[in-house]
Design a protein around this ligand. Structure first.
Ligand code: AP5
Ligand code: MG
Length: 265
């Protein structure tokens, strides 16, 4: 699998400014992003016991919160959050960050072509190193899922089903530490000192896309583009939905299921 990713990334190396380049040039069909050489090979199965895992759910549905609990219990897990990566690009003011910000601030999805390259690029070092990989925020469209299928077998999909009215309340209370992406909530997991990150003592900020109008657009984008993935992965027999309102009650069930799926570390 590592060989596939290395070859892919060398050929399709993601560079900053990708969005503007894609805008200037004729749009690259997703099909061509997956190179013809790799297309002819079947999806790679994982060496040893590595599992490739996804976490799905509405914006503000607790993907980041559940992921951080998983990472504590499963030290052999690497976590890639596309939202965190994009926000890092925004903070670093890279070309990608400047252009992705336009989409993110309006609650729109960043184009598939860019996200597929970004994720494959970031996954390169995490695949084939004996660790499980947890993708948070990708795929978000059927096209992204199809592109992923060209390269790997997804083993486990955790789907979080949280009522929308709970989400809207939570997002209003969410504060983050911008540099690390650590998430706090004044009614659920408040910081030790008001407005300060527990580890660095730096100021907490609210996400720009957490304004109520933008949250509604993100929820709409989820309904239209992302929710069909539930059926997509159900059909493959790898998805389990966890419903509820409390991450602390949901998480023990997630953990039990991961153990059942053969993940013990
Ligand atoms: P991203 O950062 O992935 O945002 P999202 O999916 O909208 O999800 P969030 O990170 O907002 O929420 P979460 O589910 O992680 O919940 P959390 O744990 O924080 O993406 C941002 C943007 O990037 C997208 O809109 C898009 O533009 C772009 N993008 C990213 N990936 C893309 C892709 N693949 N394709 C195209 N575009 C892409 O929890 C929420 C709050 O609830 C927190 O405050 C938390 O503390 C609190 N909470 C959790 N559990 C509880 C509880 N039990 N009780 C009370 N509060 C709780
Ligand atoms: Mg998140």
């Amino acid at each position: 699998m590592r060989r596939f990713f290395s070859r892919y990334v060398t050929r399709q190396k993601f560079t900053t400014g990708a969005i503007s380049k894609l805008k200037e040039q004729p749009r690259i069909p997703v099909d061509s992003i997956i190179s013809s050489t790799t297309r002819s090979t079947t999806s790679t199965t994982h060496p040893s016991n590595e599992k490739f895992m996804l976490i799905l759910g509405k914006p503000g549905g607790g993907k980041g919160t559940i992921s951080s609990k998983i990472l504590k219990d499963f030290p052999d897990m690497e976590h890639i959050s596309t939202g965190d990566i994009l926000r890092q690009h925004v903070r670093d003011e890279t070309e990608l960050g400047k252009e992705a910000k336009e989409y993110m601030d309006h609650g729109d999805l960043v184009p598939d072509e860019v996200m597929i390259r970004l994720v494959l690029d970031y996954s390169t070092n995490s695949i084939g190193n004996g660790k499980h990989l947890l993708l948070d925020g990708f795929p978000r469209t059927i096209k992204q899922a199809a592109a992923l299928d060209e390269s790997i077998n997804v083993d486990v999909v955790v789907d979080l089903n949280i009522p929308t009215e709970i989400i809207v309340e939570r997002i209003a209370d969410r504060w983050i530490h911008a540099a690390s992406g650590r998430v706090y909530n004044y009614s659920y997991n408040p910081p030790l000192n008001h407005g300060k990150d527990d580890e660095s003592g730096e100021d907490l900020v609210q996400r720009y896309d957490d304004k109520p109008k933008t949250v509604r657009k993100r929820l709409d984008a989820y309904d239209k583009a992302t929710s069909p993935l539930i059926q997509y992965y159900e059909k493959k027999g790898v998805l389990k939905t966890f419903s509820g309102t409390m991450s602390d009650k949901i998480y023990p069930e997630v953990k039990k299921w991961l153990n059942k799926m053969g993940m013990n570390r």
